[in-house]
Design a protein around this ligand. Structure first.
Ligand SMILES: [Zn+2]
Length: 407
């Protein structure tokens, strides 16, 4: 029995496929065009070691050369010549030890073939995730977050997913942003494993931090310290969410703002931060905020102090200007305004002025009190300058009264 409804829907499907073919065709030479096609294409990797690219080419004429082009998401493309075998297969071994690819990056690749008669054609684009496959990852998904862990039981994974859900809410209590794409969190159980993943994945990773353009974060939480999930998961989600909402403009934000937001999103905060901040205030050793705009110190004690300051300052901004003020500040910086002027545009005060208010009110430094003490000699001079004419004026009054009494 023929269903008449099928006709238009088939037609629509055909049109859709045609449209898709035109789109793909305009982006890349069509598969099979001009006497050949790539019938098999794959990439297999061993993290930190190599990626093996393989292609099978079917063509009427002899193959002159085959190349593979590799492009990690957000990175530069590179094209490599492949060795071609008599059976029409081609291979290339990419050395991932000397040319590290970012861990868990999405890598796009395709093959270009040139035949002896000069005919050229290319495969469709393929992709793979350059995962750290030294470990067998377990996974658990919610709508927006996928958590992965390689040590610990299902309850540990469930706790990680819980931390992610509350983490998103925690970020949203600071800045109203909605997740628009899935985010991946990889939880390493040992510092050495995470460190080697960072080292083998090239320098695009900061220790334990998100690589937001890949939508991925790697963190260190061993299953016997599961409570730390509530710190690290929300922190990294803050970075990923902020990147989702700003795109590459995310990198225009001062580091103190990015890290201050992420640190405020932590549900189980690091108790060392408060003590570090108090020590820095007492020692009169706070870093000027202007020094924390483009980078944080690398040395661990100074880095901890930088996080502590960033957290306290961002909290101060939220308390004083609300999430609306904070959002305006994020927009100003994302638009490329510098550290001082972004604050001026969004909050009508330059950063240096806000910094003084913060140190006054949040850290109890009372810098205006300090300033007043420094001005004391001037007040004395001004006071004397006012007292001397007053004296003369009072003396005249007294003299006038005496005169009046006599009269
Ligand atoms: Zn961070």
């Amino acid at each position: 029995m023929k269903n008449p409804m099928h006709v238009p829907s088939m037609k629509r499907l055909a049109l859709l496929l045609l449209g898709l073919a035109i789109m793909l065709g305009s982006a890349r030479p069509a598969k099979g065009q001009g006497g050949g096609e790539v019938t098999e294409a794959r990439a297999e990797h061993r993290f930190g070691e190599e990626v093996q690219f393989f292609a099978r080419i079917q063509s009427a004429g002899a193959i002159q050369s085959v190349s593979v082009t590799i492009r990690p998401a957000g990175g530069l493309a590179q094209t490599q010549a492949m060795s071609v075998n008599a059976d029409g297969t081609a291979g290339y071994r990419f050395d991932a030890l000397t040319n590290p690819l970012p861990a868990f990056a999405r890598v796009v690749y395709w093959f270009d073939v040139t035949l002896a008669d000069g005919t050229r054609f290319a495969s469709a684009q393929q992709e793979f995730i350059y995962s750290d496959n030294r470990f067998d990852w377990l996974g658990l998904n919610s709508q927006n977050v996928r958590v992965h862990w390689h040590e610990g039981d299902a309850a540990f994974g469930a706790a990680a997913l819980d931390a992610a859900q509350s983490g998103i809410e925690s970020v949203q209590s600071l800045v109203p942003i909605e997740p628009v794409a899935p985010m991946d969190i990889y939880i390493y159980a040992r510092g050495a494993d995470l460190q080697s993943a960072i080292d083998l994945g090239g320098k695009s990773w900061m220790a334990g931090h998100a690589s937001p353009e890949h939508g991925v974060a790697m963190i260190l939480v061993s299953p016997d310290r599961a409570y730390e999930l509530d710190r690290h998961v929300p922190h990294e989600l803050a970075h990923l969410l902020l990147y989702q909402s700003l795109g590459p403009r995310y990198y225009n934000l001062p580091v103190w703002l990015r890290e201050g937001l992420a640190t405020n999103a932590e549900i189980y905060p690091n108790s060392d931060l408060e003590a570090t901040l108090t020590d820095a205030v007492n020692a009169n050793a706070l870093f000027p905020l202007a020094d924390l705009c483009t980078s944080f110190p690398r040395e661990s004690v100074s880095a901890l102090q930088a996080y502590a300051q960033a957290k306290s300052f961002v909290r101060f901004l939220i308390d004083r200007f609300g999430t609306t003020g904070l959002s305006a500040l994020i927009s100003a910086y994302a638009d490329g305004m510098n550290c001082e002027q972004g604050a001026n545009r969004a909050l009508e005060q330059p950063l240096s002025q806000l910094e003084i208010s913060w140190r006054d009110s949040a850290l109890g430094e009372n810098r205006s009190g300090v300033a007043a003490a420094n001005l004391l000699p001037y007040f004395i001079v001004i006071g004397l300058a006012m007292v001397i004419p007053l004296w003369g004026w009072a003396a005249r009054i007294v003299a006038r009264r005496k005169l009046a009494k006599r009269n």
